[in-house]
Design a protein. Structure first.
Length: 179
């Protein structure tokens, strides 16, 4: 029996993953900001969270996956333009966010929230604010950027991720659209 299977709970979230080339481009752009505050998020962890589930009993993961499989979107591919650099003071996060969230993204998040309701995983619903976290424990103003951000996060699927010891691992994924 391996160590993972003995864990009764896993920290889970649904997200859109970043392609490796995009991770590299975002990491290089972030490097040019010459940040003097915060802890940079490792590029391999770049993603756009759709719904945070928190600590989930491992016995419930199969049911959560079944519920996620019922989520269907009209868009077979989703593009989110990350074109705004922002600091979330309360969270202490430096983030890339869209000026305007695409309606298909908002619909996907709503449908995921509805699919997860029977599990009672969240005490108080949070307002969805699409973003990609660049740094945590960030306590400085929004840094100046020579090159304004404009990254096109393109996804044809969404995934259920596990957060374990600072690393994110996809446990399951589902195509967008009604394929």
């Amino acid at each position: 029996m391996n160590e993972e299977s003995r864990e009764p709970f896993k920290r889970l979230f649904f997200a859109l993953d970043c392609a490796p080339a995009q991770r590299k481009a975002i990491a290089q752009w972030r490097g040019a900001l010459q940040l003097r505050s915060g802890r940079p998020v490792p590029a391999e962890n770049f993603h756009l969270t759709l719904k945070f589930l928190g600590s989930v009993d491992t016995a419930r993961i199969a049911d959560i996956c079944d519920a996620a499989a019922s989520v269907r979107t009209s868009a077979e591919r989703l593009t989110v333009v990350l074109d705004r650099l922002d600091v979330w003071r309360r969270a202490g996060a430096l983030v890339l966010a869209p000026q305007q969230a695409p309606p298909a993204l908002l619909r996907l998040v709503y449908d995921l929230e509805q699919a997860m309701l029977p599990f009672g995983l969240e005490d108080a619903p949070r307002e969805f604010r699409p973003h990609l976290t660049l740094a945590r424990d960030y306590r400085a103003p929004v840094p100046e950027s020579v090159e304004p951000p404009e990254f096109f996060l393109r996804a044809d699927r969404f995934a259920l991720f596990e957060s374990h010891k600072g690393r994110y691992r996809a446990l399951a994924e589902w195509p967008l659209g009604s394929q």
